[in-house]
Ligand binder design. Sequence first.
Ligand SMILES: Cc1cc2nc3c(=O)[nH]c(=O)nc-3n(C[C@H](O)[C@H](O)[C@H](O)COP(=O)(O)O)c2cc1C
Length: 206
Amino acid sequence: MNIQKTINIILALCLLLLIIKMNPLDKNDMNDNGSSTLEIIHQRKSVRNYTEKKVSKEQLETLVKAAMAAPTAVNKQPWAFIAINDRATLDHLGYKLPYAKMTKTASAAIIVCGDLSKALEGWEQAFWIQDCSAASQNILLAAEAMGLGAVWTAAYPAEDRMAIVRDILNLPENIIPLNVIPVGYPKGIEKPKDKWKPENLHWDKW
Ligand SMILES: Cc1cc2nc3c(=O)[nH]c(=O)nc-3n(C[C@H](O)[C@H](O)[C@H](O)COP(=O)(O)O)c2cc1C
């Protein structure tokens, strides 16, 4: 085999390896929209402007499945999720909640709630907040991966906002709404913010 032939074979092999690496169908390190997990994390942003395209019940279920995959203290899973795609309820929430007005134009929303009847007791009860926060972040990341847009709007610990959510959704006493997460197809206005500040990272000690 002459040198030119050998070089051609090596080049062809390199090209093949490059194609395999870039193939979006390689499910091991790619998400639904072809992005890697780290890309999704860095692409996520609060989305408050939506098109009129509807989010389906199946998509909402996918988001809640992602939520339920989150870690929880002692694996208690002290949560409940309310998925809403009823227009009147979305409008009612958006009208009453001053910091969640975008719910009026979102095609859906998920309310992440702590369920105190499933939570730990005593001082450990407060772990529900961290558990439900982890679930909420999973929803936001899954929405980004699915080409949807979402934003965490606070209920807990604002008593007035919790009372509004409680009232509209008829929540029992043991169910504490952590947030309202409107979901829709993004208009493409919002961009991710670069929050990397090296001075906030400390190595080995303060
Ligand atoms: C605990 C918490 C409460 C928030 N409450 C609201 C809210 O009530 N309304 C709102 O529009 N955004 C709310 N946000 C979204 C933040 O404003 C947003 O995450 C922040 O500005 C950073 O922007 P980014 O999400 O695009 O990175 C909340 C976020 C968190 C984590």
